[in-house]
Write a protein that binds this ligand. Sequence first.
Ligand code: ACO
Length: 286
Amino acid sequence: MTSATSSGAETGELSSSTVQVTFDDGIAWVVLNRPDKRNAMNPTMNREMNVILDALEIDDRCKVLILTGAGEAFTAGMDLKEFFRETAGFDPIKRHRMMAQATNWQWRKLRYFAKPTIAMVNGWTFGGGFVPLIACDVAIAAEDAIFGVSEINWGIIPAGNVTKAIEAVLNERKALLYIMTGDPFDGKKAAEIGLVTESVPQSELRATVVALAQKLMKKNPITLWNAKVAFKHIGEMDWELSEEYLTAKAIANARMDPERGSERGLKQFLDDKSYKPGLGEYRREE
Ligand code: ACO
């Protein structure tokens, strides 16, 4: 059952016990919602996030997904009690299933999500929280958000693909410093080292993220999807394979695109002279 809030946003049937989902003007706000536990990701949240991401990917109310946290945390990482301590005695297959539920949404589904994703980092972000953070296409952080690869502080290595995620965005000098010391750092530092795209004062965080979401919504959605997924795959390829793949992907994109964006774009620039591709997007409604 969907209901409208005072701001016109809709909260609805996708919200769960640990995640709040709200739709507002093309944005799906996905809020990790265990503020009392600093949004630590427990098995219930991991199970629920898989269902939510699957539903949002084909929900027309979601044109851009914004991932954030309730209260003072983005997420304090994996739930040390429910995810680690309480499952230590599980049999290996049961434990494997639980791990898969975590990684399935935290990087696999989020990283290749068919619509743009933005991490709005409002506060504490630790350990396992780096995976969904980095899996999002863009991350905007509050300057006073605190980050930490804290695994070393309690005697484990950053597994669950945390190290892989960090390696995708940080250079070796920065990555190893934070992996090996576990030292916390703020949003400004996160932007400086490239962990997040940009940091802004907490008071400007929401408006900055909404403006970016609105900008992305004006672009051709099929091309946006193919462009982001192509970027994420070519990192694993050599130059020869990458060129083959991108050529095929470009042809697939043109075939998939119901609005025939490239033809419109060329016509509006070359014939109608109605816009400049270097300065903005073509008119999608004609
Ligand atoms: N797992 C389980 N519970 C957590 C977690 C977590 N990752 N983080 C916070 N909580 C719980 C606390 O146990 C506490 O619960 P309680 O009220 O039942 O005692 C509640 O959330 C509030 O936590 P506080 O520590 O009191 O909150 P504070 O604001 O003072 O500190 C901070 C916040 C810095 C995030 C701190 O809670 C912390 O260090 N959390 C752990 C961060 C971390 O290292 N995460 C794991 C990374 S490793 C991995 O993800 C694989």
